[in-house]
Design a protein around this ligand. Structure first.
Ligand SMILES: NC(=O)c1ccc[n+]([C@@H]2O[C@H](COP(=O)([O-])OP(=O)(O)OC[C@H]3O[C@@H](n4cnc5c(N)ncnc54)[C@H](OP(=O)(O)O)[C@@H]3O)[C@@H](O)[C@H]2O)c1
Length: 430
């Protein structure tokens, strides 16, 4: 067997600890697959004395992870600290500058600095591997860049954030509010003390930016992604969605067509027959469509110690085998700046939920506003007792341009008889 791949692990939290465990427990099978042993030689974290439940005594300890990244006795650096800047970025740059392979699970770092890091890696002729950064244990980057390499990808979309999927699943099953379920998720450790990265859709958008680059050869453009989180999703809308045969999911959606590149993260109504609708709790799922392969679907645990460490170690096996596939599947200078589809140009069916006064002419006025924009109604139902608070009108539209819907909703929301800020969500039918 050739000589071992010597690695340094920066960050010994949930994922870092998992990587140490996988390499300690499965070292023999991993070596057989990689063609050589993968040996941890050094580790780094902030607090040396923390008990991490793994034996670290045979590894060199670094208080300064950037110094570890420059250690000439290390071939590959595994960055598992997190954050787009600060220590993580310093370590990544130091590793590449020193001609070492970089393996990371850090989607924020890659979404914001991936182009520069990829260019540096190519200049230094070393690989970056980041499968763990997108959908945890699902090998989605490898699936697209290797398994689907023959295809022009037309769409990649899915459930990219386990915390949001857990919250939405619980809301649907219990009828309890977003705030209540979020508080539970924080107690159970499924959501961070500051949940905004997850629930506001930013984490999913980081992953979507990376998927777009790999699937479409697009230059990373996090700022081009339209992002809406799940804070405004209510159990009432989930109930109505259910009546129409749909579930509400936070989706990351990237589509490449003649009109350009659409990249959005938003809560959508997903028809129950779509494979994404059945994906509950902390699970992730990604759908990739290619011109020759058609639709492919990938599902699994999108986070957690074991699944994420599994992806990190698979990336290390890739490095140990000498695989030099460019980080975004094609060389960074060949990535193209794809024109973003203007937000209003999206064509989709929409769900609308209005709270209205129960009096004659209300539905006629709503229908007129939609008709003025050439939007045709597919379904319309009224629900609820007429009390001082009004009744619910829920409708779904046939396909329409989003700017037409926005104009109509704007007009509807100004009607005296409409009591709420109308809820509008895109519907995913197929
Ligand atoms: N958790 C998941 O399920 C998951 C899934 C996919 C991707 N990821 C990504 O994986 C990365 C790590 O996540 P995690 O959940 O393992 O984070 P975590 O549990 O918070 O662990 C972070 C680790 O980084 C160490 N650290 C912080 N600042 C450091 C510094 N300046 N120098 C050296 N070490 C430092 C911490 O040290 P101390 O322990 O001493 O404080 C800790 O061990 C993130 O990029 C995250 O987005 C995580």
């Amino acid at each position: 067997m050739s000589k071992a791949l010597r690695i340094g692990v920066a960050g010994l939290g949930t994922v870092g600890r998992g990587v140490v465990k996988v390499l300690q427990q499965n070292g023999d099978v991993i070596a057989a697959r990689a063609g050589r042993r993968i040996e941890i030689v050094a580790v780094s974290a902030r607090h040396r004395s923390n008990d991490r439940g793994v034996d670290l005594s045979s590894y060199r300890w670094y208080d300064d992870a950037a110094a570890m990244a420059a250690d000439p006795g290390i071939d590959a650096v595994v960055e598992l600290i997190g954050g787009a800047d600060g220590a993580a970025r310093r370590i990544a740059e130091t590793a590449l500058q020193n001609g070492k392979a970089l393996v990371t699970a850090n989607k924020a770092l890659i979404a914001h600095h991936g182009m520069a890091l990829a260019a540096l890696a190519e200049e230094k002729k070393v690989p970056i591997r980041l499968d763990a950064a997108v959908a945890g244990g699902i090998p989605i980057i490898k699936a697209i860049s290797d398994g689907l390499a023959a295809n022009r990808c037309t769409a990649v979309f899915g459930i990219l954030n386990g915390t949001c999927n857990y919250i939405l699943t619980q809301m649907e099953q219990t009828g309890r509010s977003f705030a209540d379920i979020l508080a539970d998720a924080q107690r159970l450790g499924y959501a961070e003390a500051d949940p905004s990265f997850d629930v506001d859709g930013i984490d999913a958008a980081h992953k979507l930016a990376i998927l777009s680059a790999v699937a479409f050869g697009a230059r990373l453009s996090f700022s081009a992604i339209s992002i809406t989180g799940i804070r405004d999703v209510t159990p009432v809308d989930m109930k109505y969605a259910d009546e129409f045969g749909y579930r509400i999911k936070l989706l990351g959606i990237a589509r490449h067509s003649a009109a350009g590149l659409e990249q959005r993260v938003e809560p959508c109504l997903v028809r129950k027959s779509n494979p994404l609708a059945a994906v509950g709790d902390v699970f992730n799922a990604v759908v990739v469509e290619g011109d020759f392969v058609g639709r492919t679907v990938y599902e699994g645990r999108g986070a957690g110690e074991g699944p994420t460490a599994s992806a990190v170690v698979a990336d290390l096996v890739d490095v140990a085998r000498g695989n030099r596939t460019p980080v975004f599947s094609i060389p960074v200078r060949q990535l193209t700046a794809l024109q973003a589809v203007a937000r209003g140009a999206l064509v989709a069916s929409f769900y609308l939920h209005l709270r209205v006064l129960d009096e004659p002419g209300v539905i006629a006025a709503i229908s007129e506003s939609l008709r003025d924009q050439e939007i045709s109604i597919e379904n319309l139902v009224q629900r609820g007792e007429a009390s001082g608070g009004g009744i619910d009108v829920i409708l779904t539209t046939h396909e329409t341009r989003e700017d037409k819907l926005i104009t109509a909703v704007d007009k509807i929301s100004k009607l005296r008889t409409v009591l709420n800020r109308p809820v509008a969500m895109r519907m995913i039918r197929a």
